[in-house]
Each structure stands twice: as structure tokens, then as C-alpha cells.
Design a protein around this ligand. Structure first.
Ligand code: PMP
Length: 405
């Protein structure tokens, strides 16, 4: 990969912070956005802004075409069976809430059970708990081993005749662990149980093939994969989406409305009430172009090189470092602590050196609890990061550690 060429598409990477070059290692929270995506947004506002689906006029038709092209692009990108299976949302959080509210209500009753894992992001825990309060089902949790891998024997043992659903992340936003979701889905299906995959951390690093995975639902956010903020995708198998009731009511999601009876639009519009972020949605297709041109496998290989290099140097050169998540083949995420230095102090001082890392519980408090910590520092890599940034990070860590120890 030609990293200089890649970086030239990201003007933000040329920024200085405290008179030092920005070293952006907070890619797990959100990645930066290449010029072509920004340009698509600007073009949308300056040349084709008109509400989708409603108009006969040219601008509206062009805007609709851009949005529907993006849907086709996403469908191909994740190898879905049909564009009916691609629902645009505000992000992974909304996509998961949609599934919980619509599908959860439909399949769960008091006394039923669902399976989550201890490494889930709050977005894949709290919506289930909100529904749990209203219905009264049980949430079973798959634990992890010392590397941060799911204990699959426990997972298998949790299925019984009351198990109705599994919801699991493809990759952990803290440990980087890539879960064997294909195997997990096959196991669930052998019990007749559907599976929801939170793909927020997989979509930027792994080629997603929902048909090969046989996932019932798959969710991800554009802003973590070089795309715009405020746009996400819910893939759902048509057989499920057809049966599920709408999530929100409003314009665009109906076939006809009267005070006596309302009927709903066909898929996927039944789940897209109101005006979507059609400009952001069309810009998502440019983010996919960006990843496609580079090749997801090449992006992942580059990130892994940085991950291995940085991990090795941290282990060799930073006394007292503890890395959380050492599963083979993990995503390029390093969550760590050094001695008894508080994660927040570490992050604050690294920032003063121009190095952006994230600190805290990373919306994964149950996982923090399982790891026996309150929070960790997290450095994470993307296609545009360089080895020299990893060196800056190591130098920064040494300096901050010396100050805080
Ligand atoms: N799941 C995981 C694993 C995540 O990392 C995130 C974002 N941190 C989310 C869900 C929520 O994504 P969003 O905030 O884009 O809705």
C-alpha cells in the first residue's frame, strides 16, 4: 500500500497539536474520512439536495438514485441476497435497537432466554435490558478466557429449549478479538435460534460476507469505516424483515394511511421512517470504494504489521505494561495499562504530545469488570497509520510513563 498516497486523501492527518504532528490512534472510536467522501457530501449539498422518494422533479430523482446506488453498493459489498435486506439507520446503535424493538418483541416471552457475551459494547447490552424489563426473559452471558477469546464450550452449553436469540459482536472494540461468528451462527441455527451480529468493529477490517456467515442480522456504522457520521446499516434476512413489525412510524414507511387502517411499505422502506441522511448514505458508497480500491485484506495486513510491531516494542520497552486481549488474529487494537498509572492521566499526557488515544471503559463496563479494571488506554490503527507514528507512540509512552511513575 502506498501510505503517502493514502494519507494525502486525509488532510486532517496533516494537523499539528501542541506544535507536534497529530498521531491519530483512536480509529476504533471513529476513523478519519478521505476527501472523496467529504466531496460526495459537499456535492450532495451543492448539486443534488432534494428529498428522496417524494418528488417527480429531477433533483429528487437524482438524490433518490444516489441513495439507491449506495444501497446496491452495500448489498454487493457484504454479499447480501437483495437490496430489500439493506436498511439504512443512524449507526450500529440504532440498527441494534431496531432489531431488539421489532424482532425482540416478536420472538421473546417471559421465561425465554437469550445469549450475549461479556465482551459486548453497551449498544448490544442495554437495548436488550430495556426489553427485558418489559418482558422478563433471561440474559445468559458467554465468558472469555485469559487471551480474551470466548469460551465456546460454555456458549454451546447455554442452549436449551427456551433459547430464542443470540447477539454477539464480530470483533471486540476493547480486546480486538475476532469471534468465530460463522461457527457460532451454525451452532445457534442447529438449535433453531437466529443470530444478530454487531459488526461495528469488523466492518473496517474484515471482508464481510453475510451469506457465507449465514447471519440473520448484521449491523455496522459508516463512520468507523472511513465514511460519514450518522449513517449505519442493518442487514436482515428477508424472511425475518418480512415478518417483523415496523420500528418507527412516519412518512416513507407506509403503503396507505387512514384512521381505520394503515398498511406498510415494502422492504426495506418499512424500516426507514422519515427523511434519511440520504447525502451521508450516498457518501458511504465512496467510503466503500476507498476500501475496495485498497483491498480490505491489504488494509488488514498493513494494520497487523503495525499491531505486531507496536505490541512487541511495548512488551520489550515499557516495564509494567499489561495488554488486554492477546487472541491470535485479533484486530489492530491495543488496550493496555502501565503499572498503576491511571488510564485517564496517560491519555491526557499523550494528547499533549499530539497522540490521540482513547481512555476509559469504552462502553464495555461488564468487560472491564471481568478484566478487573475500571478502564484502559486504547490505541487502534487504520489504513493510513505509519510505522513512524508507532515509534512516536512508543516514545510518547516512555516519556509519559517516566513522568507518571
Ligand atoms: N458496537 C461496537 C462493538 C462498537 O465498537 C460501537 C462503537 N464504539 C458500537 C457498537 C456503537 O456504534 P455507533 O456508536 O456507531 O452506533
Amino acid at each position: 500500500m502506498d501510505i503517502d498516497k493514502i494519507r494525502s486523501e486525509f488532510p486532517i492527518l496533516g494537523r499539528q497539536l501542541y506544535k507536534r504532528p497529530l498521531v491519530y490512534l483512536d480509529n476504533t472510536a471513529t476513523s478519519q474520512t478521505p476527501d472523496r467522501v467529504v466531496k460526495a457530501i459537499v456535492d450532495g449539498y451543492t448539486t443534488t439536495k432534494a428529498n428522496v422518494h417524494r418528488g417527480v422533479h429531477t433533483l429528487s430523482q437524482e438524490a433518490t438514485e444516489l441513495q439507491e446506488n449506495a444501497r446496491r453498493r452495500v448489498k454487493e459489498w457484504i454479499n447480501a441476497g437483495s437490496t430489500s435486506e439493506i436498511v439504512f439507520t443512524r449507526g450500529t446503535t440504532e440498527a441494534l435497537n431496531l432489531v431488539v424493538s421489532s424482532m425482540g418483541w416478536m420472538v421473546l416471552s417471559e421465561g425465554d432466554e437469550i445469549i450475549l457475551t461479556v465482551m459486548e459494547h453497551h449498544a448490544n447490552i442495554v437495548p436488550w435490558q430495556l426489553l427485558q424489563q418489559r418482558i422478563g426473559f433471561k440474559i445468559n452471558v458467554v465468558p472469555i478466557d485469559e487471551c480474551g477469546q470466548l469460551k465456546l464450550d460454555v456458549y454451546r452449553s447455554l442452549f436449551n429449549e427456551r433459547t430464542r436469540l443470540v447477539s454477539v459482536c464480530h470483533a471486540s472494540n476493547v480486546l480486538g478479538t475476532v469471534n468465530p461468528v460463522k461457527e457460532m451462527i451454525a451452532e445457534a441455527h442447529s438449535h433453531g435460534v437466529p443470530v444478530v451480529i454487531d459488526g461495528a468493529q469488523a466492518a473496517p477490517h474484515i471482508k464481510i460476507d453475510v451469506s457465507d456467515l449465514d447471519a440473520d442480522f448484521y449491523t455496522f456504522s459508516a463512520h468507523k469505516m472511513y465514511g460519514p457520521t450518522g449513517v449505519g446499516v442493518l442487514y436482515g434476512k428477508e424472511k425475518w424483515l418480512e415478518k417483523m413489525p415496523p420500528y418507527q412510524g412516519g412518512g416513507e414507511m407506509i403503503a396507505s394511511v387512514s384512521f381505520e387502517k394503515t398498511t406498510f411499505a415494502d422492504l426495506p422502506y418499512k424500516f426507514e421512517a422519515g427523511t434519511p441522511d440520504f447525502i451521508g448514505i450516498s457518501a458511504l458508497s465512496k467510503a466503500i470504494d476507498f476500501m475496495d480500491e485498497l483491498g480490505v485484506d491489504n488494509i488488514a495486513a498493513h494494520e497487523h504489521e503495525l499491531l505486531d510491531y507496536t505490541t512487541r516494542r511495548m512488551m520489550d520497552e515499557i516495564p509494567g505494561v499489561r495488554i488486554f486481549g492477546t487472541a491470535p488474529g485479533k484486530c489492530a487494537i491495543i488496550s493496555f495499562l502501565v503499572g498503576d498509572i491511571h488510564h485517564y492521566d496517560m491519555g491526557m499526557l499523550l494528547d499533549k504530545l499530539g497522540i490521540a488515544v482513547r481512555t476509559g471503559h469504552h462502553c464495555a463496563q461488564p468487560l472491564m469488570h471481568a478484566l478487573g479494571v475500571e478502564g484502559v488506554v486504547r490505541a487502534s490503527f487504520a489504513a493510513y497509520n505509519t510505522k513512524s507514528e508507532c515509534d512516536d507512540f512508543i516514545a510518547g509512552l516512555k516519556r509519559v510513563t517516566a513522568i507518571l511513575s
